[in-house]
Design a protein around this ligand. Structure first.
Ligand SMILES: [Mg+2]
Length: 364
């Protein structure tokens, strides 16, 4: 039996990036029940056209109409086979990631095995970085940087867009010195803006995340030739095929792997292996997901070669509450520690799950 729930958790403050703002996080929570065990996954697109054309409503519909019938008719199978089946049935990567995540969780729980082991890894603390959105004033930005550095986060990423870039970075460098700092433009610039990045190049940033449009791989390669700072592919890294092209053209030296964007843990694992073979820097990004999917991502990020801090943050960084126990929480040095136990090691809090569910349906 499979249960779909739409969960909605408010944010402490709206998250603003170069293409929109959001105040409530909605996720489709997928639960597969089998022989007394439950496996959970999460499909976590943003609403509207924030990062992607998919929305919580469209992913729900895709699960209901294409993906669940496929899984229910073909019967239970191992998670890696599920990923292949689902990729044949739907192009909605978020919906596939939600259902595939639930399959991995169930698979691990039936075996009493942690997810890192099923992924062929070993546990280690995961360094967490903070992502800071756009603000109206430099003062507000500096206040947020100060707050999250004090909390322990191991690097600071700021969102930039034309008109909010060099000045913002210069102000942070002036006040906080040589902290691990990077920018994320969410594709807000064109190659005509290369001089902006040549100026930003002076600040010794860890990387420029997605300076240009997702498909502008040749232009990104040109920009990479003009700056020393490594370019990180985020929106561009939408599939293993796209990653191949990035590697061939030299469009980026670092890749941000997002499980939701590529359709689940198995496709993300394949991209990780390809990026590692190509000698790229690698880190785990978020959409952001709620705790269920974020916790699964931490297990992927234990693999060797995930060598930059993850965007997975403490649950209370964005959300007024979370659906897992314990909540995600960095230690004072900015590391996340995976609890012992089967699956992701975190347990879904059923009382909270029901409290934040706004829609529910069951499928046999
Ligand atoms: Mg990004």
């Amino acid at each position: 039996m499979i249960v779909l729930r739409l969960a909605a958790i408010p944010l402490h403050e709206p998250f603003r990036i170069s293409n929109g703002s959001v105040a409530v996080k909605e996720s489709v929570v997928v639960e597969i029940r089998r022989d007394g065990h439950s496996g959970f996954g999460e499909a976590a697109p943003m609403p509207g056209a924030f990062y992607s054309p998919e929305t919580p409503e469209s992913s729900w519909a895709e699960l209901e109409q294409r993906l669940l019938p496929r899984l229910l008719s073909d019967g239970w199978m191992a998670p890696r086979e599920v990923a292949v089946k689902l990729s044949e049935a739907s192009t909605d990567a978020f919906a596939r990631a939600g259902l595939e995540g639930a399959c991995w969780d169930l698979y691990c729980r039936e075996r009493g095995e942690p997810l890192w082991r099923a992924l062929g890894s070993a546990p280690r603390p995961i360094a967490s970085g903070v992502a800071i959105g756009l603000y109206d004033t430099i003062e507000e930005l500096l206040e947020r940087v100060s707050r999250y550095l004090a909390a322990g986060y191991r690097r600071v990423k700021i969102k930039i867009q034309p008109g909010w870039d060099v000045e913002a970075v210069a102000a942070i460098r002036k006040q906080f010195g040589d902290i691990p700092l990077m920018t994320d433009a969410n594709a807000a610039y064109t190659i005509a803006d290369a001089p902006v990045f040549e100026e930003l190049d002076r600040f010794g940033l860890m990387m420029f995340e997605q300076p240009l449009a997702g498909g502008a791989l040749e232009e990104m390669a040109e920009l990479q030739r003009r700056v020393r700072t490594p370019i990180c592919a985020d929106e561009s890294a939408e599939s293993i095929e796209a990653l191949e092209k990035i590697i061939r053209l030299g469009s980026a030296r670092i890749v941000n792997i997002k499980i939701q964007r590529v359709g689940g843990l198995a496709p993300a694992l394949a991209m990780y292996e390809r990026a590692r073979a190509a000698g790229m820097g690698i880190w785990l990004g978020t959409m952001p997901e709620l705790g269920i999917a974020s916790a699964q991502g931490l297990h992927l990020a234990t693999l060797p070669g995930f060598n930059y801090p993850t965007d997975v943050e403490s649950s209370d960084r964005w959300f007024v509450d979370d659906l897992i126990r314990p909540a995600l929480a960095i230690d004072r040095d900015g590391f996340l520690h995976i609890p012992d136990g089967p699956g992701a090691g975190y347990e879904v809090d059923r009382e909270k799950l029901e409290r934040y569910t706004t829609r529910k349906a069951t499928y046999d």
